[in-house]
Ligand binder design. Structure first.
Ligand code: SAM
Length: 286
């Protein structure tokens, strides 16, 4: 049975170990069992599953994952949390804690060892200061993943799910939607954490695509074009793509590619769909 998940249990553990929160490491610990239940349900964790958890903290979500899954590996950066995790997870023999930075782990090797190389489930109440780098490094490393179920800042969840025409639409939307199908599972208020963050949160499940939704000759070029398009989102696409340090196309080449892609010359990047970015990237591919 999990022993954590309430404010009192969290405070007791923190006091027992004299633990001080690190703002720098994005430490906001979950204290609401209903929210934890929603995360486990959204991830669809079952007894055959291997789950990788990012940032277990004092082990609250980890305990519930250990109850639901076959095996759990949790990667925690903060040295001070290791003795606490040894204590709070001592009742479970299906968990491994790795001390380190999630951005420096060989997750492909973890999936190979723990899940026979089959796609893994990732679950995390993410440290918000590196949400986008974590998500992008997981996607770009092409680690076998079934889904990522993540607590993120509410605004970031909105950006992930946004489409053209929305103010939230940007390069994160396109990257997330290229690699996965986002689903907003729950909104989570500030009082579900200790300490209270000064932003609202949301649980999103990103179900990883086994095939990209569009074919493109040069994925890296398409993402460079996407990033350049949103660097100056009020400018026309022609100006954004020719002014960006990421790309070295001249104006005539960009104009010709936009025309070849069947787009009006005055269009802004924020109006393009993912398939349109893919066609444009192919037109600029040499
Ligand atoms: N999972 C716990 C919970 O829900 O109560 C804690 C979540 S807290 C928002 C984020 C956790 O990620 C913290 O424990 C923090 O120390 C850890 N963390 C921060 N940066 C990390 C990194 N680069 N790699 C691994 N863990 C990290």
């Amino acid at each position: 049975m999990p022993t954590l998940g309430t404010a009192q249990a969290t405070i007791d553990i923190l006091q027992k170990y004299g633990f001080h929160f690190s703002k720098k490491l994005g430490q906001n610990f979950l204290i609401d069992p209903h929210v934890i239940g929603k995360i486990i349900a959204a991830a669809g964790v079952g007894e055959d599953d291997f789950v990788l958890e990012i940032g277990p903290g004092i082990g609250t979500l980890t305990q519930y994952l250990c109850e639901a899954a076959r095996e759990v590996t949790a990667v925690e950066l903060d040295d001070d949390l290791l003795p606490i995790l040894a204590d709070t997870l001592s009742a479970y023999d299906n968990v491994t804690v790795i001390h380190g930075d999630i951005l420096k782990q060989d997750i492909g090797a973890i999936a190979a060892e723990k899940n026979g190389g089959k796609p893994i489930k990732i679950v995390a109440n993410l440290p918000y200061y590196i949400t986008t780098p974590i998500i992008m490094s997981l996607f770009e490393s092409h680690v076998p993943m079934e889904s990522l179920t993540l607590m993120v800042q509410k605004e970031v969840a909105a950006r992930m799910a946004a489409g053209p025409g929305s103010k939230d639409y940007g390069s994160l939307s396109l990257a997330v939607q290229y690699y996965s199908e986002p689903y907003l599972a729950a909104n989570v208020p500030q009082n579900c954490f200790i300490p209270r963050p000064n932003v609202d949160s949301a649980v999103v499940r990103l179900t990883c695509r086994q095939e990209p939704p569009v074919a493109v000759k040069d994925e890296a070029l398409m993402f460079a074009i996407i990033r350049a398009s949103f660097e100056q989102r009020r400018k026309t696409l022609v100006n954004s793509l020719t002014n960006s340090a990421r790309l070295s196309f001249d104006k005539e080449t960009v104009r010709a590619a936009i025309a070849a892609a069947g787009l009006p010359e005055t269009i802004r990047g924020e109006a393009l769909t993912l398939p349109q970015f893919a066609v444009l990237a192919d037109c600029l591919h040499q």
